[in-house]
Design a protein around this ligand. Structure first.
Ligand code: FE2
Length: 313
């Protein structure tokens, strides 16, 4: 009798490997329309583990120097193995008791409402593929290193976790407002603007945020925490403009994902971040997010549909 631990890749004759853009298991899941998947741990190749090991070893001294204290505490609490890609169930075992958050493996892109709604339910859609071990520096799409080493340690912090849940609730408010708009064109215009505003807020806080504390300026944004080059650039470079977080600016500010960020915003604490999310919702209800400045990011059809078909329970 075959062991149930025999990997799917072996049984279907697929080559193994869970490399970004080169993972047959993921292609198959996408073709089957499966967004939520099991992490197929046996499919990771030695090269995949090596990529994790190299990334982790390079970032470790930079985290000590540039990351905020909550992240450092989080990395410690999760007991991540520096040498092997983590099992998500192990990550969840350490994470869940702290804030109720857990990782949820996905096959790829998660449309905006579904993503935000997961946050509301303390689930974090998590990429399970990893970048190539000879191309560690630049990756436009998320991978498991970005998601688990960059995002998840932040989810161990109660105050940060509450801000994230609150942000997820804002998506519900947006979908409710949209459902009350009669004309389809007006509704689409509204949703395009509000999704753009939320994406910008997320970008300038959760992904690329800085925080000022007793020990100076530190990084809490996951895009920075998972980038060997940019984590130092964000703090040290004279080319970066760093301003106290201003909501009206951030939601009207476009961003490009293919180079180091020239503009970053600073919060004082995660309570401050929470109050900004509150303000975002207040402004949403007051109509102040209905016509934000056009530009990046693009809002795609899938994002719009996810809001239009949102289940508002
Ligand atoms: Fe991210």
């Amino acid at each position: 009798m075959k062991s149930s631990s025999v990997s799917l890749g072996m049984t279907t004759g697929m080559t193994t490997g869970m490399t970004t853009n080169d993972a047959p298991f993921i292609e198959q899941a996408k073709r089957a329309g499966q967004l939520y998947i099991e992490q197929p741990y046996d499919l990771y190749s030695e090269e995949n583990h090596q990529a994790w090991r190299k990334l982790y070893a390079r970032l470790l001294p930079r985290w000590d120097r540039y990351a905020n204290e909550h992240f450092l505490k989080g990395i410690h609490s999760l007991c991540l193995d520096p040498d092997r890609i983590p099992h998500l169930e192990d990550v969840n075992r350490f994470l869940r008791p702290l804030t109720g958050f857990q990782t949820k493996a996905v096959s790829g892109y998660v449309p905006a409402f579904i993503f935000f709604d997961c946050l509301r339910n303390r689930a974090f859609p998590t990429t399970v593929t990893i970048r190539r071990s000879d191309k560690l520096d630049y990756l436009p799409e998320p991978d498991i290193f970005h998601d688990v080493a960059g995002h998840v340690p932040m989810h161990t912090d109660k105050h940060f976790a509450e801000a994230l849940v609150r942000f997820g609730e804002c998506a519900h408010t947006a979908a409710e407002i949209a459902a009350g708009i009669r004309g389809p064109d007006t509704r689409t215009h509204y949703l395009t603007s509000v999704i753009r505003a939320m994406a910008r807020f997320f970008w300038f806080t959760i992904e690329f945020g800085l925080m000022r504390g007793g020990d100076g300026l530190k990084v809490y944004g996951s895009g920075l925490l998972s980038s060997y080059g940019e984590i130092a650039h964000a703090i040290e470079s004279p080319e970066v403009q760093r301003y106290p977080m201003q909501l009206e600016w951030a939601i009207n500010q476009g961003f490009e994902i293919n180079h180091y960020q020239p503009l970053l915003f600073v919060v004082d604490s995660f309570d401050h971040l929470f109050s900004l999310v509150d303000q975002l919702e207040t402004w949403m209800k007051a109509g102040k997010l209905s016509n934000v400045a056009p530009g990046e990011p693009e809002v795609n059809e899938e994002d719009l549909k996810s809001f239009l078909h949102a289940e508002l329970t």
